[in-house]
Design a protein. Structure first.
Length: 141
């Protein structure tokens, strides 16, 4: 049986690690202005509080679901819809990061591909989709 001292240390380390990681993610979102930029792009700046609430709620529910190993059983369509929402979130986050850091224009200028910027973007998107499909459907660890 675990001692009370060891339990207290594990609880402290778990909370400290969670606060550090959560603080880092929030700092990333704040420094990069991801949510205000997303609201500006979608012309829904009046709904910024909804975006923030959705991010905090999603992080909390996702953490609890992972911690307690929740499983949702349902038709494949539900899993596909949840996967689509996850993909949209990751895609928007990557697009916001790319836009804030101006990665693509700098990359296109360095590679002297200013005229092929759309093709470069499409190649990145299709490569990401192909890699994701390979991981989900073919690769089995």
């Amino acid at each position: 049986m675990i001692s009370l001292w060891l339990a207290a240390v594990l609880i402290f380390l778990g909370l400290a690690g969670g606060i550090a990681v959560g603080g880092g993610i929030i700092a990333l979102f704040i420094v990069l202005d991801v949510i205000p930029r997303l609201a500006q792009v979608t012309s829904s700046y009046d709904k910024v509080h909804w975006y923030e609430g959705a991010m905090v709620s999603g992080a909390f529910v996702g953490t609890v679901a992972d911690f307690y190993k929740w499983h949702i059983h349902g038709p494949w369509l539900v899993s596909g819809f949840v996967g689509l929402l996850n993909g949209v979130f990751i895609g928007l986050l990557a697009a916001a990061l790319t836009e804030v850091l101006n990665v693509l224009p700098i990359l296109a200028k360095r590679l002297q591909m200013q005229h092929y910027l759309l093709g470069l973007l499409l190649a990145m998107v299709f490569g990401k989709v192909a890699g994701s499909m390979f991981e989900f459907f073919i690769y089995t660890p």
